[in-house]
Design a protein around this ligand. Structure first.
Ligand code: PMP
Length: 398
């Protein structure tokens, strides 16, 4: 098991603050920043074009980064396209698949906007018959609820691997089994699990997996879309340089593999940084990261549950990816977040967490929740200080 204390020096800003907003964006260690500056200084060149040595080196590093990520996610039996983020990845699937007007898509209520609005948009454009929103507000996605919602027209299930509000983990493998049985596509939004859980795509059984680099210590503006071999391939969202095979007259064929989704100059430096992040996490061990995040989240819940006037939204009976949502009676979530920063330099997220359909049910008065989320460099002291400061806030309004 790694020690959070030992790795904190890789994240210089932690000298000054307590960072508990990891579900929004994680910090990048020095190693990731240095891998990017090394690329900037020594092999900043375009990829897949031209033959000079700098271009060849950049192309090699870009493709090597793709291989590193495929190995990190156990996704060798698939194609990994670099995208900007999870949102772009879900949209590539939504815009690019060959939908029929009778198709239906099942989506849990608790999904992030990135995994719900692309499907709502297909529905409002009439490209599919409808979106079936399932599940409740307790943070748990149940495979049997998904199975019960399946009809002969269901074409896809789109599910978050872990909730960015509750921190709970969905039974994706079980859902994948159900989807296979019914010949339905499965898209997994892995934005919250790629940073925290050992993900083995060969074992998980989904058709599409979407993730963001910035939540797993990588740079911003780089993420991925993984497509299982044999799954329907979406039409590329963009046409232009880099994604093309042969142009003949006014038509063209697309490049083979991931390249068809990477029109224009890709984020080569970002890909190199993201691969370095995957190597960093591999050194820590994803099993260890998962255990550390869950243990700290449970310590936080235990502490918060002791405080009168604090309502913990995250269930306490299940492993968590490190995110805990709560509210304080009589204090707006933004005020809680401001106070935590002003009084103790603790950074947390407050608001609707890009989950308005869920928030309209669990926080109908508006304001959403406070969310504190840990990562591998957080310690028990960080959690204890959060709990103590929330207690101060709760006492102030009593
Ligand atoms: N899905 C989930 C579950 C998320 O937590 C997030 C980010 N909060 C996203 C999708 C969107 O990620 P990005 O903004 O990097 O596209």
């Amino acid at each position: 098991m790694f020690s959070a204390e030992d790795i904190r020096e890789d994240f210089p800003v932690l000298e000054h603050i307590i960072y508990l907003d990891n579900a929004a964006t994680a910090l990048s260690p020095r190693q990731v920043v240095e891998a990017q500056s090394d690329a900037e200084y020594h092999y900043r060149a375009n990829v897949g074009r031209g033959v000079h040595r700098l271009g060849r080196m950049a192309t090699h590093k870009f493709e090597e980064s793709r291989e590193t990520l495929l190995r990190f996610f156990g996704g060798e039996a698939g194609t990994l396209a670099f995208t900007r983020n999870t949102t772009e990845s879900t949209n590539i699937i939504a815009r690019g698949l060959d939908w029929k007007p009778t198709d239906r898509i099942i989506v849990p209520l608790q999904e992030h906007h990135s995994n719900i609005l692309p499907w709502f948009r297909l529905e409002s454009e009439g490209r599919i018959a409808g979106v079936d929103v399932i599940g409740g507000t307790d943070g748990h996605i149940r495979a049997e609820d998904i199975e019960a919602a399946i009809t002969k027209d269901t074409r896809m299930v789109a599910v978050g691997h872990a909730s960015n509000v509750f921190g709970t983990i969905a039974p994706v493998k079980e859902i994948a089994g159900i989807c296979r049985e019914h010949d339905i596509l499965l898209l997994v939004d892995g934005a919250q699990t790629a940073p925290h859980l050992p993900v083995n795509l060969a074992d998980l059984g989904c058709d599409y997996f979407c993730f963001s680099g910035h939540k797993m210590m990588g740079p911003m503006g780089i993420g991925g879309l993984w497509i299982k071999d044999g799954a329907p391939t979406p039409a590329p969202a963009y046409a232009g340089g880099g994604m093309v095979g042969i142009v003949s007259g006014h038509t063209f064929s697309t490049a083979a593999g991931a390249g068809k989704f990477e029109a224009g100059t890709p984020n080569v430096i970002g890909a190199v940084g993201l691969a370095e992040a995957a190597r960093y996490l591999t050194r820590l061990g994803m099993e260890n990261v998962a255990a550390h995040s869950s243990a700290l989240a449970h310590r936080m819940i235990d502490g918060l549950l002791e405080i009168e006037g604090v309502n913990v939204t995250t269930p306490s009976d299940t492993p968590l990816v490190g995110a805990v949502s709560f509210t304080v009676d009589g204090v707006h979530p933004h005020e809680v977040a401001y106070f935590l920063d002003e009084a103790a330099a603790i950074m947390v997220r407050s608001g609707e967490h890009c989950c308005q359909p869920l928030m309209q049910k669990i926080a109908p008065a508006g304001g959403g929740t406070v969310r504190a989320s840990v990562y591998c460099y957080n310690t028990e002291d960080d959690v204890d200080l959060l709990v103590a400061t929330v207690e101060e806030i709760a006492h102030m309004v009593k």
